[in-house]
Design a protein around this ligand. Structure first.
Ligand SMILES: Cc1ncc(COP(=O)(O)O)c(C=O)c1O
Length: 403
């Protein structure tokens, strides 16, 4: 294989680009995970994580990918045979459903067309029918990474409340946390599931459960067998800054750095940056004359965009051209939409010029792969970003003249 010049331009919707600052932080000697310096670091990290999840409650860190944290959320709160309500928003909702069934849970699965998020009124209707309160948890995916659709979590919470239903509320934020506004406490979520490799800008390998009081109470009665995933062992050890088993020391160095970076930029600015990139990307797609998979503008994802290929054109063949010619992997279509969509990641450590590189690679690829499209998508994004930058500049000058 000949060496390729430059870095691979990684534009899949996670794992995302790991900033140099985080790579440097990870690249330090491993220390004793039972020593005082480690304990201090863990306590700092746990406090910092609360600000990212927007919670005052505990956040648990597992040395596992996101799937492990899904499993932990269910195992700690539920008992064999219990019913949970899930919603078919896309590939990841389907994977969570399968995992729940393997754990011997009975899943009520509300059907969906993979182009919309969770319909709060459908959740309300199903819960209202459940007068005996057999459904013990409602589990949804905040940002469906397979479709680029963001569900309205606060509205789903209100729907559960309107139905007067006591089910736990669990939300997968694996591709939204630290990219799209998410509020564990304010939105009344009982278990939030997250992972390290997207908005947190880390390599894969850590995942999280943020846990409410109500979920902790449920865990005292829950009878699904658990050991490695047990919240109690974690929370007891975390009190003093330690873990019940060997933690991923070097990834935790990276996590500390990631939290610092997010605080330095400010979470609101992080969300605004991703919103701008989402809007610029959608503008490019429209200018190319291509179709977004997401059909409801209220649910457009700011961390990735899934684009439908014109009929008769294979998304994977197009992606292969872009990878071959420009060393840029784009996200593939997963499950039902395999070959039909490609996905553009714009989450994590990402700036205007990275977005322009991405959109330019796509526009050149569309031409090379002979995919019917209009020219000018990258130009439309460029105009949008330049206008935003000009507004920022005049706002800053306005601030200075007021000062
Ligand atoms: C929304 C969502 N949920 C769950 C997962 C599974 O996480 P992991 O692959 O880290 O186990 C992913 C992975 O991309 C995801 O995007």
């Amino acid at each position: 294989m000949p060496a390729e010049p430059g870095r691979q331009f990684l534009q899949i919707p996670g794992p995302t680009n790991v900033p140099d600052r985080i790579l440097r932080a990870i690249d330090r000697p491993t220390i004793d995970h039972r020593g005082p310096a480690f304990g201090r670091m863990t306590r700092d990290i746990l406090a910092g994580l609360r600000t990212i999840f927007q919670t005052d409650g505990p956040v648990i860190i597992y040395p596992a990918s996101g799937t492990g944290a899904w499993e932990a959320a269910l195992m700690n709160t539920l008992s064999p045979g219990e019913r949970v309500l899930m919603v078919e928003t896309g590939h990841f909702a389907a994977m969570w459903q399968r995992l729940a069934e393997r754990l011997d849970l009975a899943v009520d699965y509300l059907p969906g067309d993979w182009r919309r998020g969770v319909d709060p009124s459908a959740v309300e209707a199903r819960l209202s029918e459940d007068r005996a309160h057999d459904i013990k948890a409602v589990c949804i995916v905040h940002n469906e990474t397979s479709t680029g659709v963001t569900s309205r979590v606060a509205e789903v919470r209100q729907a559960i409340d309107r139905a007067g239903h006591p089910a736990l509320f669990m939300v997968d934020t694996i591709s939204s946390l630290a990219s799209i506004d998410y509020r564990h406490d304010a939105w009344g979520v009982d278990v939030t599931v997250a992972g390290s490799q997207k908005g947190l800008m880390l390599p894969p390998g850590l995942s999280f459960n943020a846990v409410s009081e109500k979920a902790l109470k449920a865990s005292e009665q829950a009878r699904l067998p658990r050991s490695y995933w047990d919240w109690r062992d974690m929370l007891d050890a975390n009190e003093t800054g330690f873990f019940p088993y060997t933690p991923a020391t070097n990834l935790l160095y990276g996590l500390k750095e990631a939290i610092d970076m997010l605080h330095e930029e400010g979470l609101d600015q992080v969300f605004a940056r991703h919103a701008r990139h989402g809007e610029a990307t959608r503008g490019a797609v429209r200018a190319w004359g291509l179709e977004l998979l997401c059909v409801d503008p209220r649910e457009y994802s700011n961390s990735l965009t899934a684009v439908l290929m014109p009929a008769g054109h294979d998304a994977d063949a197009f992606r292969a051209v872009v990878l071959d010619k420009f060393s840029m992997p784009l996200g593939n279509g997963l499950g039902k939409v395999q070959g039909k969509v490609f996905r553009i990641g714009h989450l994590g450590d990402f700036n205007d010029l990275m977005l322009m590189g991405t959109l330019s690679g796509i526009e050149m690829g569309l031409e090379l792969a002979a995919v019917p499209h209009d020219k000018g998508g990258a130009q439309a994004a460029l105009d949008f970003l330049a206008a935003g930058a000009a507004e920022d500049k005049s706002a800053r000058e306005g601030d200075r003249s007021i000062a």
